[in-house]
Structures are given as structure tokens and as C-alpha cells.
Design a protein around this ligand. Structure first.
Ligand SMILES: [Zn+2]
Length: 232
């Protein structure tokens, strides 16, 4: 006869086997088994900082990104954001650090784009804040949403600008040196809105940093005022 402890152990064993079938650990970059991120994919998310300029009221700002949002880097960032694979933040942190180093960050604080209530409820964490924490960079949550915005994913640059215009407000921060922080820059519309709100609150915006930047498509016209360059 099996005692209760034995039954509990059997149940636990069966459960962990079932979970292993449901949630096998595979490399987020290539799907190789039994690793969170294999050596090749870890090498693929090594920083290669690139810059672009984003227009903003009061003057354009330089946005430094640690990686191109493409291939392995894009899959790893999606696995972090959409599958909640938070251990991957550690592998992405060097890209954020490298991007931040390109700006004169002395006495500056990183101000993350706010995470919507829905996204926070779904994920249980804030993506930009987690990345900054893993990079050892201090953040100040000075920005707050003042209205809901629609899903950005299917919108073009102008659509995104309209969607996020006047959607943020910043806590008073007169004379404070700040760097806008986001996970991925796509069209720059969210960064532009963050810069607008921070400047309206008195901040001295030094620039912006993201872990990754989407590549420009070959058939896409270069948006006005946006330069794209890479620095290895
Ligand atoms: Zn891999």
C-alpha cells in the first residue's frame, strides 16, 4: 500500500513530466533543446549599436539601439515580451548598456515608456523596466498615460503618430537630465510623444535608448528627418 507521501510524490512527478511536455525549454533564438539561449544565439544578440534621429517638438533626438530587430534578436525579444521568458532579459541587457553608453548619460536617469495596464496584467512585468534592471541602469517612472491608445501594430508612421499624440503626461521634472527608454523602436512615434511630454514638464531630454530598432524596409521611403546608421 502506498502512503499519502508516496501518492503526493507520484502526483508531483506526473505533473512535472506533464509540464515538461507542455513547456520544454528550447533556445529562444533557434529552438535547440534544453537551453534558454544557445551559445550561437547569445553571440547573435551581442551589441551592435545603431542610431537614428526622431523628430520631436523642440528639436530632434538621437535614439541609440543595441541591436537590429531582426532574426535571432527579434525572436528573443518576442519570447521575452510575448511568452514571458524573463530570464532572456539578462542576455539582452548588454545591448541596452551599449546603447546607453553612446549618450552622455552622466547624472541622467532613464525614463521608461509606461506599460499599459492591460499589458502589465497580461505579462506581470514591465519590459523596459526589467531590461534596465538587468543592465543595472536606474529608472524613474516619470511618464503616465493620460488616455488609452489603440494597437500600434497595424498602423503606419502617421497613423501611429496620431494614435499616441497627447497620450502621455510627465511628472514635474524641471531641469532634470533624462533619457527616454523603450524596448523596441519602430517608427519612433512613441519616443516622440515621450519627448514631447517630458519637455513640457521641464526635462532636459538627452536622447533615447532601446534594446533594438526595426530595420528599414528596402521598399519603404525614408521617413522625413530620420537618419539610420550603424556603428560597430
Ligand atoms: Zn539558439
Amino acid at each position: 500500500m502506498t502512503d499519502d507521501g508516496g501518492i503526493a510524490e507520484l502526483v508531483r512527478g506526473a505533473l512535472s513530466e506533464a509540464l515538461a511536455l507542455l513547456l520544454p525549454v528550447v533556445c529562444a533564438g533557434c529552438g535547440a533543446p534544453d537551453t534558454t539561449l544557445c551559445d550561437d544565439c547569445t553571440a547573435a544578440v551581442a551589441p551592435c549599436p545603431l542610431a537614428r534621429m526622431v523628430d520631436a517638438p523642440g528639436g530632434g533626438v538621437t535614439v541609440w539601439s543595441g541591436l537590429v530587430f531582426d532574426g535571432v534578436a527579434a525572436r528573443v525579444i518576442r519570447a521575452l515580451k510575448e511568452e514571458g521568458r524573463t530570464p532572456l532579459a539578462r542576455a539582452l541587457a548588454p545591448a541596452l548598456t551599449a546603447a546607453a553608453r553612446r549618450l552622455d548619460a552622466r547624472d541622467a536617469v532613464l525614463v521608461p515608456l509606461p506599460t499599459s495596464r492591460g499589458a502589465y496584467r497580461r505579462r506581470g512585468f514591465r519590459v523596459p523596466d526589467l531590461l534596465a534592471a538587468r543592465a543595472g541602469l536606474p529608472v524613474a517612472r516619470l511618464l503616465q498615460p493620460v488616455r488609452r491608445t489603440g494597437d500600434q501594430r497595424r498602423l503606419d508612421r502617421e497613423g501611429r503618430r496620431r494614435n499616441v499624440a497627447q497620450s502621455l503626461s510627465a511628472a514635474p521634472c524641471e531641469g532634470r537630465r533624462v533619457i527616454v527608454l523603450d524596448d523596441v523602436i519602430t517608427t519612433g512615434a512613441s519616443v516622440e510623444e515621450a519627448v514631447r511630454a517630458l519637455r513640457a514638464a521641464g526635462a532636459d531630454v538627452i536622447g533615447a535608448v532601446t534594446v533594438a530598432a526595426t530595420p528599414r524596409r528596402a521598399n519603404e521611403r525614408r521617413p522625413r528627418g530620420v537618419a539610420f546608421e550603424t556603428h560597430r
